[in-house]
Design a protein around this ligand. Structure first.
Ligand code: AMP
Length: 314
């Protein structure tokens, strides 16, 4: 019997970023894959977070996550350690970026230990972090109904075997287009998707920044979600994680079953949360939302792709 009000557990990085865009810079920007995921998902379902930070992590950010109702029992604070730090620079198009520095710091010696009540969580998202840590979290889980995973080029290059090992347990994988090509060794995106699906994940979401996202589902169907054309993108950091938060957050809602149709709806809630994320630095915009503004933007996505049927054969 499924829990009537499911829990969604996320493990991933909780970070302090240094963000440089062509228009602005923020040196101490709260980030991390689990942070963005949790913020976004918190509007849709009950979120639990597992991660680690150092004594330098701002107390206010912990307060922000708590205010959103995120259960932080699994967030370890190592008082004399340093938080994971990432520095990135966005190119003129705001889509491509270069990683300037990655300092694992407290993640280097982190061994996740799930609080006993977290082990029975119904939904699990293994956000971007070392694949070894993702696997360690998965093995402590009782029997999650759905497992999602995100990763990045760094881990595909330096931890390929560990990544392939954890991928065997994954129901939904999210990657960007370059990562899908890198992991599969195929340039064509459709062939790349099929290659990645053969590694384990029955469903694959390929994120393409301002070009939206593609879902290759377990029934062999392909679905395309657009990205909302926005006048101003302030900081794209965390868009992928916010997408995953909206996507998984919707699937973890009471009464939603992971059918092909609800995976498509989840793609739109993912796109909605990503579109909010990029409207501010860090999670500045994401933390100010309410259900009405989320639903309003969901409708905007719907009208973006709503067109009258026509038939030249009639
Ligand atoms: P996204 O823009 O959705 O790809 O995610 C950006 C976030 O990922 C930033 O806030 C970073 O702190 C985090 N991040 C960057 N590199 C890594 C890494 N190697 N492992 C875990 N998290 C990372």
């Amino acid at each position: 019997m499924h829990s009537s009000n499911p829990h969604l557990l996320v493990v991933g990085s909780v970070a302090i970023d240094w963000i440089i865009t062509p228009h602005a810079e923020r040196e101490e920007s709260v980030g991390g894959s689990a942070t963005f995921f949790a913020m976004a998902a918190s509007y849709l379902s009950r979120v639990r977070l597992v991660g680690v930070v150092g004594g330098d992590f701002p107390q206010a950010a912990i307060g922000d996550l708590r205010d959103r109702g995120v259960d932080l029992t699994g967030l370890e604070v190592i008082a004399d350690g340093k938080t994971f730090r990432w520095k990135g620079r966005y190119h003129e198009n705001m889509n491509d970026r270069t990683t300037l520095a990655t300092d694992l710091n407290v993640f280097e010696s982190f061994t996740p230990k799930l609080p006993p009540e977290f082990r029975g969580s119904d939904f699990l998202f293994l956000a971007n972090i070392q694949p070894k840590l993702q696997e360690q979290v998965f093995t402590q889980m009782q029997r999650p109904r759905l497992v999602g995973l995100d990763t990045m080029n760094l881990w595909i290059s330096i931890a390929n075997e560990e990544l392939r090992s954890v991928l065997r347990h994954v129901d939904v994988l999210t990657l960007n287009d370059e990562e899908a090509r890198q992991l599969s060794g195929e340039h064509n995106l459709v062939k790349a998707a099929r290659g990645v699906q053969r590694l384990g994940p029955k469903n694959l979401v390929i994120k393409r920044g301002e070009s939206g996202a593609l879902l290759f589902d377990h029934e062999g169907h392909v679905f395309a979600a657009p990205a909302l054309p926005l006048e101003e993108v302030i900081d794209p950091t965390g868009a992928g994680d916010s997408f995953a938060g909206g996507f998984m957050g919707y699937l973890a809602r009471p009464g939603v079953e992971p059918t092909g149709a609800s995976l498509r709806t989840a793609m739109i809630y993912g796109s909605v949360m990503a579109s909010f994320c990029v409207e501010g630095f860090s999670y500045d915009r994401l933390r100010q939302l309410d259900t009405a503004s989320i639903q309003h933007r969901f409708e905007a996505f719907s009208s973006l792709t709503n067109f009258a049927r026509a038939n030249l054969l009639d």
